[in-house]
Write a protein that binds this ligand. Structure first.
Ligand code: ADP
Length: 739
């Protein structure tokens, strides 16, 4: 090989190498370019990531800041909460669902002062054990285990009732526990020592006040007894003196002594009643009673105070209302007597109407009974209406200054009505009259009252003649219930014009606007009416001799039952009969006993230790045809009972040796031993306090009269007890009126 060849070969090789190099350089440049592009993107990424990391870091530090703030707030809140809980003087603790104490304030832990174990972490049961063992709680004589068991039982119950514990130092703690969220229990321990001390102080004060009140009641009872005994002498003797020969002036003196004495007694009774109500000493004695009868009896008793006035006393007792109820008859009578008495007192003419309606309650087992007492009297000025139920309030002006009274009547009446669960009200118009109303809810008494008697079949029409519209309406309603046709007429002339005929009955008032009832009866007879004529009279005993044209004279107001019974007794034609008084009187009682059997006098035994009272009693019954024996104490009364077998005994209650109650017990046992009939024994007592009557009746006495003795009350009692086969007790002119 030549040099040229070698050179050419070298040149070729160099050129090839150069080309390769060139190629490689291109590749390298390319790779370089790629690399730098990659490096560039990497750099970008790194920058980005760095920025992100920066942001994150910032965010984290912000969150950390916030967290720190929140934490601080939480710590402050918790500290505040506990500071507050700490400031409470009462104990506060929280237990978790496992009964472990989570937290407690120092007041809660205070009683356990010095006992390390009691604090957060202790179980409730262990805390109770420690409280009992260490004598922290005064558990009395109870066994510790029992106490802990009961306390734990209470705490674990569904609803935890508050409980009071006493600590060793006399402090009283009321434990109040409540379940919270997640089974936690929050326990409060309230220091109620002051409240309990106050309660004890109050209780003590109340006991002392009650004792003072009892002393006052006893004092009043005694005072009433002490006043009544001498008053018995005063009123009784004045009564007797009034029956002797007296000149005008002497009679005035005696009457004044009598009425003053009686007024004084009313006053004593009012004051007594009022103080009893005030002292909440008045207890009610509910018993079955007949309301309709009670109203009629009260009107009967009050009738004398209406005498000399032109007042009609009327009763409108709702047709369909039961009449027997369970209530304190004595107190209901007292309310009615006050209201009806006032109505009569403040009325000079017109009427006093007692209206009774009712509303069935509890399926008819009770009735809400509304009673209104309506009068046509002087009325009450509107500005006074609000005051009359207050104490000692009277409508004082020249119109009624002439009326006597304590001004306590309505105050007592209102309190009594309220005590019986009712309400009282009044409507009044000066010059037109007043209407007092009250309602009471009374259980209906089960009775075996026979049904009201129907009218006889031959009567088909009734002619009612009365000047008073209210009166006509009442009788009309009653007769409509008897399924009779009713013609109501105001005057005698109108009645005559109606020309009653066979099958009719006539019911006429004794005082018609144009004539008397008797004149009407005479005119009807003259016109040929032969049927029954019933005359209503408001005056006791009226028409006894002159009412021959009337079939019967009935005393107003008449109970439905009595009116129906009278009608049922009627016979067709004109059987002119003697007068029938509607209330049981001595006359009726002695009429009932056959006149033929005049074999012996009624035997009455009166036991009374006080000489004056014996004298008064003897004089009171002097006019009666009786055989009277006195005993001066209970022992003598029992002896006299054995010897004499009296028909009726009047028994003083407080007597030396053997008192009236004991004597009665002995007499009752003699009766039982010897199989004797029951002898009526009437208590005579000066005690007017409530409840006395119960004791007296419990001792076996049948009735009860308070001193001073009233002649009429004694007569009425005797009249009811006249046994068959005795001579008439009352002379013709003496007819007890039942007062
Ligand atoms: P008093 O014992 O004076 O009657 P009350 O408390 O019963 O006392 O009555 C108070 C007053 O109310 C009476 O004095 C009288 O002025 C008035 N008052 C009571 N009832 C009536 C009535 N039906 N009509 C007019 N005024 C009456």
């Amino acid at each position: 090989m030549t040099d040229v060849d070698i050179l050419a070969k070298e040149r070729r090789a160099r050129m090839a190498a150069e080309r390769l190099l060139e190629l490689k350089q291109v590749e390298l440049a390319d790779a370089n370019r790629k690399l730098s592009a990659h490096a560039l993107s990497l750099t970008d990424e790194i920058v980005e990531q760095r920025e992100e990391a920066e942001a994150l870091k910032e965010e984290k530090s912000q969150v950390l800041d916030e967290l720190e703030t929140a934490n601080t707030a939480l710590v402050i809140a918790e500290r505040r909460l506990w500071d507050s809980v700490e400031t409470i003087e009462d104990g506060f603790a929280v237990f978790d669902a496992d009964e472990i104490m989570i937290a407690a304030n120092s007041a809660f832990l205070l009683p356990f002062d010095g006992i390390e174990a009691v604090g957060p972490g202790i179980a409730y049961a262990d805390m109770l054990h420690l409280a009992a063992e260490e004598g922290i709680v005064d558990i009395g004589d109870r066994a510790r285990a029992d106490w802990v068991r009961d306390m734990l039982g209470r705490w674990r119950g569904d609803s935890i009732a508050p409980s009071v514990v006493r600590l060793w130092n006399g402090v009283s703690i009321k434990l109040v526990d409540r379940r919270a969220r997640d089974g936690d229990t929050v326990s409060l321990a309230l220091n109620i020592t002051d409240t309990i001390r106050n309660e004890e102080r109050l209780k003590d004060a109340r006991h002392r006040a009650e004792a003072a009140n009892r002393a006052k009641s006893a004092f009043l009872a005694n005072m009433s007894h002490e006043i009544r005994t001498p008053m018995n002498g005063v009123v009784g003797m004045a009564d007797l003196l009034a029956e002797t020969e007296l000149d005008e002036e002497q009679r005035l003196f005696v009457d004044t002594i009598k009425s003053s004495g009686e007024a004084l007694l009313v006053l004593i009774n009012d004051v007594l009643d009022y103080s009893k109500i005030e002292a909440e000493k008045l207890t009610l004695h509910p018993d079955p009673f007949d309301l309709e009868r009670a109203i009629h009896e009260i009107l009967m008793l009050l009738r004398p105070s209406a005498q000399g006035k032109d007042i009609d006393l009327l009763v409108d007792f709702d047709m369909f209302l039961p009449t027997n109820y369970i209530g304190d008859a004595g107190r209901i009578r007292q309310v009615l007597t006050n209201l009806i008495g006032n109505a009569i007192k403040f009325t000079t003419d017109g009427h006093v109407l007692v209206r009774v309606v009712g509303l069935p309650m509890e399926d008819g087992a009770a009735q809400r009974v509304h009673i209104t007492i309506e009068d046509t009297g002087i009325g009450i000025p509107p500005e006074m209406v609000g005051h009359i139920f207050g104490e000692f309030n009277q409508v004082e002006d020249e119109r009624n200054r002439k009326f006597e009274g304590t001004g306590l009547g309505l105050a007592i009446t209102r309190r009594l009505v309220e005590l019986m669960g009712g309400e009282i009200w009044v409507d009044s118009e000066v010059g037109n009259g007043s209407s007092f109303g009250f309602h009471l809810t009374l259980p209906v008494a089960e009775t075996e009252e026979p049904p009201l008697q129907p009218a006889p079949g031959w009567i088909d029409r009734a002619l009612v003649v009365d000047g008073q519209a209210v009166n006509r309406q009442i009788v009309e309603k009653q007769l409509a219930m008897q399924k009779l046709d009713v013609l109501a007429r105001r005057t005698g002339a109108e009645a005559l014009a109606a020309a009653p005929k066979a099958g009719d009955i006539v019911l006429a008032d004794s005082q018609l606007p144009d004539m008397t009832g008797e004149e009407l009866a005479a005119a009807l007879r003259k016109a040929g009416f032969a049927g029954p004529i019933l005359m209503f009279s408001g005056i006791v005993g009226q028409g006894k001799s002159d009412a021959d044209d009337c079939t019967r004279v009935l005393q107003k107001p008449l109970r439905r039952r009595e009116l129906f019974a009278e009608i049922a007794r009627l016979e067709s034609g004109a059987p002119v009969q003697t007068v029938t008084p509607t209330m049981t009187t001595a006359q009726e009682a002695s009429d009932a006993s056959p006149v033929a059997a005049e074999d012996r006098a009624m035997r009455i035994l009166a036991a009374e230790d006080n000489k004056t009272n014996r004298l008064v009693f003897g004089k009171l019954v002097k006019a009666l045809d009786i055989e009277l024996t006195f005993a001066t104490n209970g022992r003598e009364a029992v002896e006299a009972f054995r010897g004499q077998q009296p028909d009726l005994i009047f028994m003083d209650i407080s007597m030396p040796e053997v008192d009236g109650k004991e004597a009665t017990r002995q007499i009752r046992s003699i009766e039982a031993d010897q199989g004797l009939a029951h002898t009526t024994i009437v208590a005579l007592t000066a005690h007017a306090m409530d409840g006395d009557d119960k004791g007296i009746l419990a001792a076996g006495l049948d009735h009860y009269l308070t001193k001073p003795l009233k002649k009429n009350a004694i007569f009425a009692r005797i009249a009811e007890e006249v046994p068959p086969g005795c001579r008439a007790v009352f002379p013709e002119e003496l007819t007890p009126t039942g007062t």
